[in-house]
Write a protein that binds this ligand. Structure first.
Ligand code: AMP
Length: 450
């Protein structure tokens, strides 16, 4: 986070019900984060809110806690579905984020009789129906699947009092605007709307103008500023030495968990496979994996069974891993803003973290874009290739099907199954051939060239 925690402010001073405070206490949080301290009183007071908060700032609790507080008068232990209409709707761009938000709602609401469920695409819609039919006060949803349920008449939105748009910027990036408009048209005009976004682009401002009423604006992170509690560095490395450098880097840091980013699905899969072969328990999450596979990989990573998780930008969106010490950019992202999202996986909620980027000559242009965005220059550290290290003579040819690999269909569908927005995961544009070749071990790989 960019700011220090608000001095000595306690959750108990935030007008939250004792049962909600009890749940917070059980999570071990001692004080509200800045976004929580700023947002919670306004939301409890019923105001619309436009909050600029990056992931990792505690934004989920910033909207969930006051949402629960406002819904408390409707809390009911009645078994009748009619007593449990949907009163709060949380929209999230990706399934993983939706699942995580729902988990937070479950955690914070465990001592109050409010029901919650989550719906997202890619899984059997019928399996989601019973929970909706039983009645829930809080529904977390991805926009496309929500509309599927609306069409199937599995739910009604005419009693929604609170609408929360989480990661609104990403929802727009992913082409969800038409779906959002359809959903908003189904909601009562009289409601409270909270919009959370990592950036306040003109499109986001327009969205707020159209759908929020006299919102309070809270900002807890500078635009596109990467967390200052994250130590960031850049290592220049030849393309064919990258895998080698990665292994050394992981070993030299001695961390138990590392999240590695690649630009393409193919290289995510390759890197994970190679790490496994190098004796580093690893798995990959990317657009070609099923949801079950992703959840399994994530759970294994969170539990520590898998040490290295290799992810593409789309698949990693919304990932929340407590105390993640290290993020490595194996390949820089195409869009500079994704760099901020990537490194924001570490250094969450005030903890410190490290982000290292392995950059080859072909990526320097991307690095410069990132530096422009962050308004800072990274010293280029050099990775020394050890003497005796044999560079591969030639790269293996790219397999032709790379170009025509199916587009990411997991997170990027605004409204399944009819629409098909732009794919965010790229196809490979650089050979990853050296990954398959076992390389000799190097002792001191990271030396700074002056
Ligand atoms: P979020 O920005 O909502 O993704 O939250 C990032 C992380 O911060 C999550 O792991 C939360 O559990 C954690 N968190 C949220 N609020 C607090 C708090 N007040 N104190 C410490 N950790 C928190």
């Amino acid at each position: 986070m960019d700011e220090p925690l608000v001095a000595k402010l306690l959750f108990s001073s935030l007008a939250l019900d004792p049962q909600i405070l009890r749940a917070i206490e059980e999570t071990g949080y001692t004080e509200p984060t800045p976004i929580q301290a700023q947002a919670i009183p306004h939301v409890i007071a019923g105001r619309d809110l436009m909050a600029m908060a990056q992931t990792g700032t505690g934004k989920t609790a910033a909207f969930t806690l006051p949402m629960l507080q406002r819904l408390l008068p409707h809390a009911s232990t009645s078994a009748s579905p009619a007593r449990h209409p949907i009163r709060a709707l949380v929209l999230a761009p990706t399934r993983e984020l939706a699942i995580q938000v729902h988990e937070s709602v479950v955690t914070y609401s465990k001592h109050v009789p409010l029901r919650t469920t989550v719906v997202y695409g890619g899984t059997d819609i019928k399996a989601q129906k019973p929970a909706l039919m039983n009645g829930v006060e809080i529904l977390v949803a991805t926009p496309g699947r929500l509309l599927d349920h609306v069409e199937s008449r599995n739910l009604q939105l005419n009693q929604v009092q609170i609408l929360i748009l989480d990661e609104a910027d990403r929802m727009l990036d992913m082409g969800f605007m038409p779906d959002l408009k359809r959903i908003l048209a189904l909601l009562p005009k009289q409601r409270q709307t909270l919009l959370f976004s990592a950036t306040f682009s003109d499109d986001i401002k327009k969205l707020a103008q159209d759908f929020l009423v006299d919102p309070v604006t809270v900002e807890t992170a500078r635009r596109n500023a990467a967390g200052e509690n994250i130590k960031q560095s850049v290592c220049m490395v030849e393309h064919q030495d990258k895998y080698h450098a990665l292994v050394e880097l992981i070993r030299s840091r001695g961390v138990k968990q590392v999240l590695i980013f690649t630009r393409t699905k193919l290289s995510a899969a390759h890197v994970a496979k190679q790490l496994e072969r190098s004796g580093i328990p690893a798995d990959a999450i990317h657009g070609d994996k099923t949801q079950q596979e992703r959840i399994k990989a994530l759970d294994a990573f969170k539990s520590g069974a898998v040490m290295a998780l290799v992810a593409t930008d789309v698949a990693a969106r919304g990932l929340d891993i407590d105390q993640l010490p290290l993020v490595i950019n194996y390949e820089l992202p195409t869009h500079a803003e994704d760099y901020v999202h990537r490194i924001g996986r570490t250094g969450r909620a005030g903890a410190s973290g490290e982000a290292v980027s392995l950059v080859d000559g072909a990526e320097e242009r991307r690095l410069v874009e990132i530096e422009k965005l962050l308004n800072r220059t990274f010293p280029r550290e050099a990775v020394a290739v050890p003497t005796g290290y044999q560079k591969p003579v030639k790269a293996a040819p790219m397999r032709s099907h790379h170009k025509s690999a199916p587009a990411e269909d997991w997170f990027s569908k605004p409204y399944e199954p009819s629409a098909s927005p732009k794919s965010v995961e790229e196809q490979p544009d650089a050979p990853v051939s050296t990954l398959g070749k076992p390389q000799p071990q190097v002792a001191a790989l990271f030396r700074i060239r002056n």
